[in-house]
Design a protein. Structure first.
Length: 398
């Protein structure tokens, strides 16, 4: 009996498919700037010493591995709140934040989407144009309409803040506005502190609900600095969601270490939200991973490991900045008639290069340099051995 013949073939994720194509490319000088993974200057994915030490502690204890509670590890949840909001923040001490350990920030986004569909059924989601492709897929997969607001200004390589604010100011009450807390994916273009100060009152006046995604904390200006928007939102008294990830900042991609927090009006509301978030998790994956929880809670909770981690994040951020400067220098020398200053103002792991799809194709086919076809480049894939070749190839196709 034929049951599944009517299924449509899966076209594959465009970024992961591109990464597969890179792996099959036999050219020795190929350069992978597509997938969002941090590589060191030798082109290797690092294993941080603080993570090694945390895992060694866990192994030495030889403890049992029971199911975690539905909400996840309590030490990890406390550590996440302190990291995002600051341990002394009123929202933390007042108990008005509901926090879950999740399967990466992707798991947090999905749980939040299912929660919104169940408890805010009339709300649509608005995402930046452009945004990470999976944002749209996750919310649409939960049955929520997804729309876009203006964000990237291709003419400047910066933020179209005026147009963004105009659209957000017109949204219906209880619309969900998805915002990147820092290091915007895919553009690397962020709101500055003053722009957040202008946006937050609009969210209040229009009764809008923010949904922040923080996957690159520490890659912009610093660990605490990159949480500034989160803390501003919490201090405003507005309700909002925030999904965060440790994949990049701790280089633990496959551990799927993330969390979802919902900031509420008071402790009683937070307890209601946490209960329904747990019900949502129970219907999905039941409980999160114990190993991921152990790594995160130990690294954040042990002063020596925390200091090591902060030093590592600083080194990663500074290496990315150095690659931006070197790329900018070579491109400016090769093509002096063009302004490449956006490579210096965009922040974090990604940059929008301004390359067209056809130019990206030429980079891949003629030079073995792999970018996402939108022109997004993972700056963390550059190193001292390939940045000049990359810049020369980009100059050749412009």
């Amino acid at each position: 009996m034929t049951v599944f013949a009517h299924l449509e073939p899966y076209a594959g994720d465009p970024i992961l498919s591109l990464n597969d194509a890179f792996q099959k490319d036999p050219r020795p000088g190929k350069i992978n700037l597509s997938i969002g993974i941090y590589f060191d200057d030798a082109g290797r994915m690092p294993v941080l010493q603080c993570v090694r030490d945390a895992e060694a502690q866990m192994l030495a204890e030889s403890a049992a591995k029971p199911y975690l509670p539905i909400a996840g590890s309590e030490p990890m949840r406390r550590a996440v709140q302190a990291l995002l909001f600051g341990a002394g923040h009123e929202a933390v001490t007042g108990g008005r934040i509901a926090t879950l350990q999740t399967i990466g920030s992707s798991g947090g986004l999905k749980v939040g989407a299912d929660f919104i569909k169940r408890w805010l059924p009339g709300s649509a989601v608005w995402v930046s144009d452009p945004t990470w492709d999976n944002h749209r897929a996750m919310f649409e997969g939960a049955g929520i309409p997804v729309h876009t607001y203006p964000y990237y200004d291709a003419s400047t390589g910066g933020l179209a803040f005026g147009r963004m604010l105009e659209v957000v100011s017109s949204l219906p009450p209880r619309s969900i506005v998805l915002l990147h807390a820092c290091c915007h994916n895919p553009t690397g273009v962020d709101l500055d502190a003053g722009q957040w100060q202008q946006l937050i009152p609009v969210l209040r006046q229009r009764e809008l609900i923010g949904y922040l995604d923080l996957a690159y904390q520490g890659y912009g200006d610093g660990i605490a600095e990159d949480a500034a928007a989160v803390r501003q939102m919490a201090s405003s008294g507005l309700p909002f969601f925030i999904a965060n990830s440790f994949s990049k900042s701790m280089s633990v991609y496959g551990e799927r270490a993330g969390a979802l927090s919902v900031v509420c009006a008071d402790r009683a509301e937070a307890e209601l939200v946490l209960g329904q978030l747990q019900a949502t998790v129970r219907r999905n994956y039941s409980s999160p991973a114990i190993h991921a929880a152990g790594i995160v809670s130990r690294v954040l909770g042990d002063p020596a490991l925390r200091a090591m981690w902060e030093a590592d994040v600083t080194a990663m951020r500074e290496r990315i900045l150095a690659m931006r400067r070197q790329l900018h220098g070579v491109l400016s020398a090769r093509r002096p008639e063009r302004d490449f200053g956006y490579f210096l103002t965009q922040r974090g792991m990604f940059s929008y290069t301004g390359l067209s799809g056809a130019q990206v194709d030429r980079l891949r086919e003629e030079f073995g340099v792999y970018l996402v076809r939108s022109g997004r480049m993972c700056v963390a894939g550059l190193n001292s051995g390939n940045v000049e070749r990359t810049a020369q190839a980009m100059a050749a196709v412009l």
